[in-house]
Design a protein. Structure first.
Length: 260
């Protein structure tokens, strides 16, 4: 039973969003259909912005301020960083599962501590599958996330997503989609990765409390734990994707966003 749980352990195969993707035929049980998932999510985030800005005539008209096609930040965020964050799930899934098995295969966990090791895995999986945790991320995105973008990051000059009016800016139709659909999608997926970072930390902390059979003279010079250091490479795509895009990289900050 414990061996089966180790084989099934994954930081990403769980949670309400994963189950929604499965029901919507955007993912299989093992994260299949990656291309379809990337196209749909990136399309929902970016394509309406193009269509709405084109309808308003702000795709390339510099007379109205910053046109949509000139907003490199938005294109990088939704056409590059967002797909990388989605594709990173497959990388983490494939590389982290063998790491968890190594604790038992290398006999670092004593037989009498195997039940405690399994409890650590079960605790991590419960947090991974928590509906409350992902709902909290949604609330965070639509409160703190919208506030940070509206008050601190959005351009205070005219652009494809907003027009200034004295001390406030008013979103365009494309801007409303940008503020309340596209950006929340990106922020939620990124925050969901932060939650997974915490889950990985939580599991390793629980395992560290066990009486591990470490070998000071092990040839890897880390008492037999060198595989943990290599596991950090699995998270490199997440760090790479978020670098230029969170919380934003606009050159100016805005006054209050008029939400009326």
């Amino acid at each position: 039973m414990i061996e089966a749980k180790q084989q099934d352990f994954s930081l990403v195969l769980g949670g309400p969003l994963f189950q929604l993707f499965r029901q919507a035929h955007l993912s299989g049980d093992g994260l299949q259909m990656l291309r379809r998932r990337v196209l749909v999510i990136a399309g929902v985030a970016w394509l309406p912005l193009l269509l709405l800005s084109a309808f308003a005539g702000s795709t390339h008209d510099t007379a109205a301020g910053v046109p949509f096609l000139h907003d490199i930040e938005a294109h990088v965020r939704f056409l590059f960083a967002l797909p990388v964050l989605i594709a990173a799930e497959l990388v983490v899934h494939d590389r982290i599962r063998p790491v968890v098995r190594q604790f038992v295969e290398r006999r670092l966990v004593a037989p009498e501590d195997l039940p405690k090791f399994q409890q650590a895995i079960d605790s991590t999986l419960r947090l991974r599958n928590s509906v409350v945790a992902e709902l909290a991320l949604v609330v965070l995105v639509y409160t703190v996330g919208v506030w940070i973008w509206s008050y601190q990051i959005a351009l205070e000059t005219a652009s494809w997503y907003a027009t200034p009016d004295g001390a406030r800016i008013h979103p365009t139709p494309a801007g409303y989609w940008y503020f309340f659909v596209s950006l929340p999608i990106f922020q939620f997926i990124l925050l969901r990765w932060y939650l997974r970072f915490f889950l990985w930390f939580w599991l390793l902390w629980r395992v560290s409390r066990l009486d591990l059979r470490l070998i000071p003279t092990h040839p890897d010079r880390t008492a037999g734990l060198s595989f943990l250091g290599r596991s950090a490479n699995a998270f490199a795509p997440i760090l790479f994707a978020q670098a230029p895009c969170w919380p934003g990289c606009s050159p100016a900050r805005s006054p209050m966003l008029d939400r009326a």
